[in-house]
Design a protein around this ligand. Structure first.
Ligand SMILES: Nc1ncnc2c1ncn2[C@@H]1O[C@H](COP(=O)(O)OP(=O)(O)OP(=O)(O)O)[C@@H](O)[C@H]1O
Ligand SMILES: [Mg+2]
Length: 251
């Protein structure tokens, strides 16, 4: 059995009367890339917020390793959260700081490294997303796609054990999409880190995923390798990955 680094255990979550997640369970395998797919509004970003301890479920448990992060002190939760990095769907850099200083922020906050050590790591992180030349630029000088990549560099700069990427390639051109997808794969290899990636881009999912989980109507209805998902007999999965208007998914 592979090691599980994070687990949603029978989680339900509501916003008012609306059920977002219902008896939802998911194991995140250590050292693997798990991609979550599902319709817009299905609750994918919510799952990342649960894994990062930003939200608590109404019912059920969320584990990071063996720690039930819904029932620990704030201090303990902060310690656990230091090993996790969430790269937001709409990551924003601080306008008043250079790109380099933005990426350096988590290192300045959470480590005691010297300025020259920090600079080296930041240059390396920016280089891994093809943005080394923007170190001294202000965010306002970057395109939307470049800002997204800079946010991505900031998320990986502390080399977290678990990285949660919310739509890392949405809105990027095919070449940058490939660069980011490749970076996620390389980071996993280099750090033996674990990643959970939410994406609507099936091509990059097929390129990077060790496991794919499909979220539908509040629960994970299919889970497996890329091949297993492609061959899934579940008509909901088939309709989704084929992008068909015809099938059981209500449109
Ligand atoms: N703070 C909130 N208050 C009320 N409803 C919310 C809140 N946050 C999210 N929701 C609702 O919960 C549902 C799931 O949201 P979530 O952002 O997790 O979806 P998603 O799968 O990430 O969608 P997308 O693919 O569009 O990013 C949505 O219907 C959304 O409207
Ligand atoms: Mg989302």
């Amino acid at each position: 059995m592979p090691d599980v680094i994070a687990r949603l255990d029978d989680v339900s979550l509501y916003y008012g009367d609306r059920v977002i997640l219902k008896n939802c369970s998911l194991d995140v395998v250590e050292g693997a890339i798990t991609c979550i797919i599902g319709l817009s509004g299905a609750g994918k970003s919510t799952i990342l917020r649960l894994l990062d301890g930003l939200r608590k479920p109404d019912v059920g448990h969320v584990y990071i390793r063996d720690i039930d992060i819904c029932h620990i002190s704030e201090t303990h939760l902060n310690d656990v959260r230091r090993t996790i990095s969430l790269s937001f769907q709409f990551a924003a850099l601080l306008d008043s700081l250079t790109v380099g200083d933005n990426v350096a922020l988590p290192l300045r906050e959470h480590t005691h490294l010297s300025d020259s050590e920090i600079q080296k790591i930041v240059v390396d992180a920016l280089d891994s997303v093809g943005l080394a030349h923007t170190y001294d630029s202000m965010p306002s000088e970057l395109s939307g796609g470049m800002l997204k990549r800079a946010g991505f560099a900031r998320a990986i700069v502390t080399r977290p054990e678990l990285i949660l990427y919310d739509e890392p390639t949405t809105g990027l051109d095919p070449i940058v999409t490939h660069l980011i997808t490749d970076t996620i794969v390389r980071l996993r290899q280099k750090l033996n880190g674990t990643a959970v990636v939410i994406s609507h881009d099936l091509q990059s999912i097929y390129m990077m995923a060790d496991y794919v989980a499909m979220l539908f109507e509040g629960a994970i209805i299919a889970y497996g390798t890329v091949d297993e998902i492609k061959r899934s007999p579940n008509p909901i999965v088939q309709q989704f990955i084929q992008g068909s208007e015809v099938g059981p998914i209500p449109i």
